[in-house]
Design a protein around this ligand. Sequence first.
Ligand code: GAR
Length: 296
Amino acid sequence: MFERLQKKWKVKGWQFVLIIATFAIGGSATGFIGKKLMPIFPIGPTWLWVIVYILLVTLLWPLAVLLVSIPFGQFPFFCKYIKKIGRRMGIGRSGVRSQKSEESHLSTLTSHIAVFASGAGSNAQKIIDHFRSHPSINVSLIVCNNPSAGVLQIANKEGIPVLLIEKERFIRGDAYIKELEEHTIGFIVLAGFLWKIPAALITMYPGKIINIHPALLPKYGGKGMYGKAVHQAVINAGENESGITIHYVDEVYDHGKTIFQARCPVLSSDTAESLAQRIHKLEHEHYSQVIESLLK
Ligand code: GAR
């Protein structure tokens, strides 16, 4: 029984002994003071006396243990302990949690992802599918800079809010941080997003922005290296292997620390289109898994 209590309270050794002593002395003091105070109340029937006594003791007990805990050096433990009991009884802030704070409490338990995409959105679709019924990870926002991007139809079909952004404000302005905060975004996934991520956003989300690149970085990355241009460069260079790179985002294009790579062959008969298809398959297979493992 003592072992179970030690685990439950996350204490051991002398602290445990001092806590038990505080309980014992605080409890006895409560009973003693309660009995001494009872004659103050002129109460007739015994049943009423018992009820008043219980009420008095219930009120006195927290006070007594808190007082006794001070010389024993256990005041912080008992403060937490009494607050916890109060919450269980529905007293205190969490007991009367408003709907708004309930929502924000729930949102701290959920990882809200924003997917930034500028194109067709096949990766976005896979990520949405993967986390659709996930208990604690949710694709909460699609961020897009292109009003005719296919990803917007996906967002519409899936009922996911969209934030359509414009360059000046994103790159040189506030980077839409307020809007991201409004959606309680905690993690950003780039899936075919073409603009460079501004420093303000990187500072706001340190180690929480990742990108997928359709080649084996550090080769074939950088400005202008997007989609088919990447595959054509790989073919032109006579590579017999290509693949995908998932990496953290820093202020340089396709540069941050690599998290994951997967490879596939480049065939002599490949065109940029056929290689793109093979690469897309790899992306769809791995991106969501990598996101999930990072968020765990
Ligand atoms: C993906 O292949 C992704 O790797 C690439 O854009 C494509 C988006 O496809 N990203 C880059 O090239 C970034 N430098 P999707 O819209 O079908 O997901």
